[in-house]
Design a protein around this ligand. Structure first.
Ligand code: GLV
Ligand code: MN
Ligand code: MN
Length: 417
């Protein structure tokens, strides 16, 4: 039996590696990544795999009405709010094997390790897998629901980029869509939240630092924009007589950089990630151009200003080109600050393990930024080889993964003592 706060603990690296290899087979792509978009067959298989593992580790299993899945361990005498860790098992299409999965598997390993070492803890500990972190249906459904942050009407409105309705998907798997609004946990049920994740950028690798300790997480907004013109014969319609919806998209895409430069900060970024032209034929002028558009920055006021300026620009372009425009807001996530005490605990766990760390900003969105509403929260990053993420090339050396998992384990241990 381990006495609280007296020892440096280490995860079972072979067990964690075995789990990682098993999970990576679920939704594996030929390019070496995974496709587990939320609530697809592959994601459902990944979720089932996680539930089976929780039971086989002898941990308590829970699932809430937003389909978040958790493992819970209470050592003898533990009571009160939990120390929670976790991340997500869903991925982007043909994404990497680590984004989200690392934090869930390392969380499960931490609970299993503390249980088998019979570590005495004051507080229960939980490891959670949040539903749809990657925003197939816009936003971060699971952690938003768990924190009571789902906006009214979200469930009724939410659709993926192919137009598939969230409520239809939920009903098809026997889940009541309205249940999403009742998944909120009370803030007095969670003491702290700590998420392990890959950095998804190049900084730690370039600077040869083992661990990133996240101080703040950027916010974002995400729109679906549709320009509507008139589909027509591309050979007979003179150029000046067209209402070409694609031209609207092109003009908007060309205007964005300048707007970010004039009204954003040096860290403002934007992305047009999916585009669809209709009817989509070589000899037909596009009557409709629909695209996704997102913007990220660490400053909430800057995001609001950019949203106004970009919407004005998009509308002016429509007017100039005789097009109609529709802008639907798919997600709005505020930038957040991590908790200073939890950051210090992570830093001291890293120092005691003999690994280097540095504080940093997360340019990616994470479930942690929702969890901040419920409990003081922070994140641990490990390096991403080459800075790749959201693609099959996403990778982290096993040594770096173990460093991250060990920092997580020791930080959870300290938080739960
Ligand atoms: C999540 O991975 C995001 O940053 O979009
Ligand atoms: Mn992630
Ligand atoms: Mn991601």
């Amino acid at each position: 039996m381990v006495e609280a706060n007296k020892e440096i603990l280490r995860v079972d690296s072979e067990r964690l590696k075995g789990w990682f290899e098993e999970l990576s087979e679920i939704g594996a792509t030929t390019q070496g990544g995974v496709s587990r978009r939320a609530l697809t067959e592959a994601d459902l298989a990944g979720r089932n795999w996680f539930k089976v593992k929780i039971r086989s580790c002898g941990l308590e299993l829970w699932e809430d009405s937003a389909l978040n899945i958790g493992a819970k361990y209470s050592s003898l005498g533990a009571s009160g709010p939990s120390v929670m860790t976790g991340s997500h098992l869903d991925s982007v299409e043909n994404g990497g094997r680590l984004d989200g999965a690392l934090g869930v598997l390392a969380g499960l390993e931490c609970l299993t390790r503390l249980k088998e070492l019979e570590v005495q803890l004051k507080r229960p500990i939980e490891a959670v897998s949040f539903t749809d972190e990657e925003g197939r249906f816009g936003g971060m459904m699971g952690s938003q629901a768990l924190c009571g942050k789902l906006s009214a009407g979200y469930v009724e409105r939410a659709k993926d980029v192919d137009g598939v309705a969230l409520s239809d998907v939920l009903r098809s798997i026997g889940v009541n869509p309205e249940g999403l609004y009742t998944a909120k946990r009370s803030s007095d049920s969670i003491h702290r939240f700590l998420e392990l994740h890959i950095e998804q950028g190049p900084v730690l690798g370039k600077e040869e630092i083992n661990i990133g300790v996240v101080e703040s997480i950027v916010g974002l907004f995400n729109w679906r924009v549709r320009y509507v013109g008139q589909a027509n014969h591309s050979g007979t319609t003179p150029m000046h007589m067209r209402a070409d919806a694609f031209k609207g998209l092109v003009c908007f895409a060309s205007a964005v950089d300048e707007i970010l430069k004039n009204h954003g900060t040096p860290s403002s970024v934007s992305n047009i990630g999916k585009v669809e032209l209709l009817p989509g034929a070589a000899n037909v002028v596009p009557g409709q151009a629909e695209f996704t558009f997102e913007v990220r920055d660490s400053c909430g006021a800057t995001l609001n200003l950019l949203a106004d300026k970009l919407a004005d620009a998009a509308t002016d372009i429509a007017r100039r080109l005789s097009l109609q425009i529709q802008i639907d807001s798919m997600a709005e996530i505020a930038p957040e600050q991590c908790d200073g005490d939890t950051i210090s605990i992570v830093e001291s766990a890293a120092a005691d393990l003999g690994v280097t760390s540095k504080r940093m900003v997360s340019g990616a969105a994470h479930d942690t930024q929702n969890m901040i509403a419920l409990a003081p929260s922070a994140m641990v990053f490990v390096p991403s080889r080459g800075g790749f993420s959201h693609c099959p090339e996403e990778a982290t050396s096993w040594k770096d993964i173990c460093n991250g998992a060990n920092v997580l384990l020791n930080a959870i241990y300290r938080l739960a003592c």
